[in-house]
Each structure stands twice: as structure tokens, then as C-alpha cells.
Ligand binder design. Structure first.
Ligand code: MN
Length: 296
């Protein structure tokens, strides 16, 4: 059985007028989303992303329990943003990144990390920091080709070009990473407001000095602002400990958070449509596409 403790912090930064990041921290579901789009549409997109995931996780019996269910939930969130942008022209083109993890099986110590875009999920294990997710960004593709180094990517003038985002198309390709959690694992989800301002070794220093999960989330946001704060910064920190199953709930969803169970940073009316309805809508669109393809 694994048990989580969670810290979260978000800040507008030192330059921007509004904060378009959102995050969700509920039992077994921890995500950060970094919205983009004019006229506050970015914060709508990021709020729909985390809100839809939250709805799907809490309404499914036992939560999201497989890698496919996590990927489908992210796809449903993608479609919810896409449809909202179609219905309201002032939100046309809005999008968001999304990264985080779902505890799919607390008894078997299993989580699934999911990612779309250039926000990041890191894992701190045995005193080493590794990036679980891979950025869907132009500079990452340059790094992959050996054209620039990871350090150069961080300050590259095209570092803000994202190659994959939620809400832009009706379909999105979702990266998922199933992982077995070890006692003492620490996951850090963050928007690019942190990684554009701070190198991994600076992040590591804060990890070593932080007293607990909330202190670390606050420290990393402070670090981003100290180094310039040119963007919104959001950080969610999740520590896992393994506990004796005889003292834990056999139900398997008794993952304890230090934050309120309903702590969605931006609850919103858009979820009133019902996330499960989006599944039906998704199926209907797929059928319509298939039918129109076979007709033409
Ligand atoms: Mn950002």
C-alpha cells in the first residue's frame, strides 16, 4: 500500500498580469496544466483540463485504474477544451499543457504518469533527479537531434514553441509512463515557469534543503521568481511512503493528502456538462468521422 503526502504552490510571477496555470490535488490524482490563449482563454483551458480529469477520477468506481483509462481521461479532457473553443469564438485556439500522475493501484504500488506538452513530471529517487516526461517542444527535438545541449535549450529563443498541446485538435496523442512506486519516491510536477528559470541542479539543491512537500513547492516557486519570474509558475510535490497493508484500508483508495480532497485550483462551471457525457460525445465524433470518411 502506498500513501501520499502533497504540497502545491502557484504564482503569477513578476511580469504576467494573470495566472493561466491550474493544478489539481485530490486523492490519487495530481496534475499541473499550463494554459495558453488570449483573453484569459488559457486559464479556461487549463482549468477544464484538470477539472475533467478530476471529475472522471472521482466518478469512476475505484478511480482511474489502468494506463488506458488514464490516457482516455486525458483524451476526454482534450475534447472538452476543443469543444468549448468551438462553442465560444472568443476562446478559439486556446490550449494547455498537462502533466501529472494517477495512483492506479495503491496496493500494488502502481502509478501512471501522463503528459502532453512541455510541463514536466520529475522523479526524485535515491538522491537522483530524473525527468519522467519528455517535453513536446521544438527545443527538445533540437536536443534529440544533437543540434543543441539541454542547457542551451533552456535559454533558446524558441524555447516556448510547443509541438503538442491539449484542446488544439479533437484528438491528442498522450504520453503515458506506468511506474512502480518505491518507498521515499518524490514526484515533482511543474509548469515551464520553473524549468525556464532554473536548471536541474538548482532544483536539486532546493529538494535537498526542503523540510517537507509544501516547503519544497513554495521553495521552487520562489526560485523561479528569484531568477526572473517571467512566467506563471506552478509546482505540485507528491511524496510516497509504503505502509503495512494490515494497518491500511483494504479498499485501496485511502491515499491521504495533506490538502483538502476537493482542492482544484480553479473549479469551473464547464464541468457541469458531465465528463462522462464527453466520452459519449467523443464516440459520436469518432463515428461521424468514420462515416464521413467512408462516404467520401
Ligand atoms: Mn508557462
Amino acid at each position: 500500500m502506498i500513501r501520499a503526502s502533497v504540497g502545491a504552490s502557484t504564482h503569477v510571477g513578476r511580469i504576467r498580469d494573470g495566472n493561466e496555470d491550474s493544478y489539481v490535488v485530490i486523492d490519487g490524482l495530481y496534475f499541473v496544466a499550463d494554459g495558453m490563449g488570449g483573453h484569459s482563454a488559457g486559464e479556461v483551458a487549463s482549468a477544464i483540463a484538470v477539472g475533467t480529469l478530476s471529475d472522471l477520477h472521482t466518478s469512476a468506481p475505484g478511480g482511474l485504474v489502468t494506463e488506458d483509462q488514464v490516457a482516455d481521461a486525458v483524451s476526454t479532457a482534450n475534447l472538452a477544451i476543443f469543444m468549448e473553443a468551438i462553442e465560444d469564438p472568443s476562446k478559439a485556439g486556446m490550449g494547455t499543457t498537462l502533466t501529472g500522475l494517477v495512483v492506479t493501484d495503491p496496493v500494488a504500488h502502481k502509478v501512471v504518469v501522463a503528459n502532453v506538452g512541455d510541463s514536466r513530471t520529475y522523479l526524485w529517487r535515491h538522491g537522483e533527479l530524473r525527468q519522467v516526461t519528455k517535453d513536446h517542444s521544438h527545443v527538445q527535438s533540437l536536443v534529440d537531434r544533437g543540434a543543441i545541449t539541454r542547457a542551451e535549450a533552456r535559454v533558446h529563443f524558441q524555447r516556448n514553441i510547443v509541438l503538442r498541446a491539449m484542446g488544439i485538435e479533437s484528438y491528442v496523442d498522450v504520453d503515458t509512463f506506468p511506474l512502480d512506486v518505491e518507498d521515499g519516491d518524490r514526484f515533482i510536477m511543474c509548469s515551464d515557469g520553473l524549468v525556464d528559470e532554473a536548471a536541474d541542479d538548482e532544483i536539486e539543491l532546493e529538494i535537498r534543503e526542503a523540510t517537507d512537500v509544501q516547503d519544497l513547492a513554495d521553495r521552487l516557486v520562489d526560485l523561479a521568481n528569484r531568477n526572473g519570474g517571467r512566467d506563471n509558475t506552478t509546482v505540485v510535490v507528491v511524496d510516497f511512503e509504503t505502509v503495512d497493508e494490515t494497518t491500511a484500508s483494504p479498499e485501496g483508495r485511502d491515499v491521504v493528502c495533506t490538502l483538502p480532497a476537493t482542492d482544484v485550483s480553479r473549479p469551473s462551471r464547464w464541468f457541469a456538462v458531465g465528463a462522462w457525457g464527453m466520452f459519449a460525445l467523443s464516440a459520436a465524433i469518432t463515428i461521424a468521422v468514420v462515416v464521413s470518411a467512408s462516404v467520401s
